[in-house]
Design a protein around this ligand. Structure first.
Ligand SMILES: Cc1cc2nc3c(=O)[nH]c(=O)nc-3n(C[C@H](O)[C@H](O)[C@H](O)COP(=O)(O)O)c2cc1C
Length: 154
């Protein structure tokens, strides 16, 4: 069984929920088991045991949060070579769909050039600043998780 780490930054819990849906999608395949952690726990996590890592956060003021960017940098320093990585985000303004995920992905490519990036990442709409996620987003997140796992299994 492979192992996947899902890292999230989340102010109101929506990005955390999205990360947990992705993890459910991954585990449904039977290809990998997942651990879901907050950005603050990257420091103490032994990354060497994971085959894949996902990084997600909300968009704040047009940008991926400093928190998730810091977590990517920290994880890259600890070692992401040879792992499958991907990004995900949550957004509220329709014109901001995918923006933060793309920034996280760009940082992954820059700081962890030895990782394999599953692109594009996932982007999910929240209906208000504090949520909830739009109705169909959890199902899309599980599908994204399944795709991630299949890529990992090949
Ligand atoms: C300080 C702040 C700035 C935000 N800026 C944006 C923005 O530029 N574009 C956007 O679509 N949503 C913006 N939002 C809404 C967030 O996308 C939304 O709060 C987030 O996706 C919810 O996820 P969370 O529950 O994981 O924090 C902002 C929210 C906060 C708190």
């Amino acid at each position: 069984m492979k192992k996947v780490l899902v890292v999230f930054d989340s102010t109101y819990g929506n990005t955390e929920k999205l990360g947990r849906e992705i993890a459910s999608g991954i585990e449904e395949t039977g290809i990998a088991e997942c651990k879901v952690i907050n950005i603050d726990d990257v420091e103490s996590e032994d990354l060497s045991v994971y085959d894949g890592v996902l990084f997600g956060g909300p968009i704040h003021a047009f940008r991926a949060t400093r928190g998730i960017k810091g977590a990517v940098k920290k994880a890259a320093k600890k070692g992401l070579d040879g792992k499958l990585v991907a990004s995900y985000d949550t957004y509220q303004a329709t014109s901001h769909e995918g923006k933060a995920a793309k920034q996280i992905e760009g940082l992954l490519k820059k700081k962890a050039s030895g990782a394999n990036v599953l692109s594009p990442g996932l982007s999910a709409l929240v209906l208000d600043r504090e949520g909830p996620l739009q109705d169909d987003e959890p199902a899309k997140a599980r599908e994204f998780g399944q795709r991630f796992a299949q890529e990992l299994g090949e």
